[in-house]
Write a protein that binds this ligand. Structure first.
Ligand SMILES: CC(C)(COP(=O)(O)OP(=O)(O)OC[C@H]1O[C@@H](n2cnc3c(N)ncnc32)[C@H](O)[C@@H]1OP(=O)(O)O)[C@@H](O)C(=O)NCCC(=O)NCCS
Length: 196
């Protein structure tokens, strides 16, 4: 006779970790940005030029106790690199960081997904960002294509521009993706990548 299954145990093992994502003031997420994106630089190195502008919005993921465990920022801004965009208007995503002990649990994907939903709701056609080379797998898993060659952002390291169409899937979107990828493979670095 087999022992009855302890379903409460199964639930505990499989239950996804609880967190929520809310729009916040930038001061809420700057400590996390600093800790994981520019730890060796002064705190104001994570004050982006667009942070206080109307086009810019900030989001925090918080655990069940209300502790900030992830950050993300979007700015309504067209991509300026030499490659054709998937469409305009564009939205830059940046400042994505997840607390060390929360990594690998889908929090980063949830944050990116949240930013993309906000973008779709605002009529954005393309999301893009400067991705650190070591994070390209993360962005690919979240649907982004590499649309530039690698380039160096001083003091942070090698990056690649990644982009994603938010247009409804169709022939036009597929053609734009193919063109963007071909341009990416050609290895052009963007003209003016400034901040990571
Ligand atoms: C990149 C980052 C945001 C991913 O967040 P996350 O919550 O771990 O991401 P998810 O759980 O949604 O996805 C996990 C995927 O992210 C990638 N990943 C990158 N670093 C990872 C890490 N330290 N732990 C786990 N996964 C990591 C892997 O590709 C992983 O996919 P896999 O499970 O197939 O291996 C996070 O590692 C981070 O904050 N890194 C430091 C800050 C940074 O570099 N931000 C991005 C700037 S471009």
């Amino acid at each position: 006779m087999t022992a009855p299954r302890d379903e409460s145990k199964d639930e505990a093992a499989e239950a996804p970790a609880a967190f929520s994502i809310d729009e916040v003031g930038v001061e809420v997420i700057r400590p996390l940005r600093h800790k994981y994106l520019r730890p060796d630089q002064p705190e104001d190195a994570v004050c982006y030029q667009t942070d206080g502008q109307e086009t810019c919005r900030h989001f925090a993921a918080k655990d069940a106790e209300g502790q900030v465990i992830a950050s993300g920022t979007l700015n309504l801004e067209d991509r300026v690199a030499g490659q054709p965009p998937f469409g305009t208007p564009g939205m830059r995503i940046r400042g994505i960081a997840v607390e060390d002990d929360w990594r690998g649990k889908g929090v980063g994907a949830a944050m990116v997904g949240h930013l993309l939903e906000e973008g779709r709701a605002s009529g954005v056609a393309e999301a893009w960002g400067n991705a650190r080379t070591e994070n390209l797998r993360f962005y690919a898993k979240n649907g982004f294509a590499e649309v530039s060659g690698a380039f160096e952002i001083p003091t942070i390291g090698e990056h690649v521009v990644v982009a994603l169409s938010l247009l409804p899937k169709g022939r036009k979107a597929r053609k734009a993706l193919k063109e963007a990828q071909e341009q990416g493979e050609a290895g052009d670095a963007p003209d003016a990548p400034v901040e990571g």
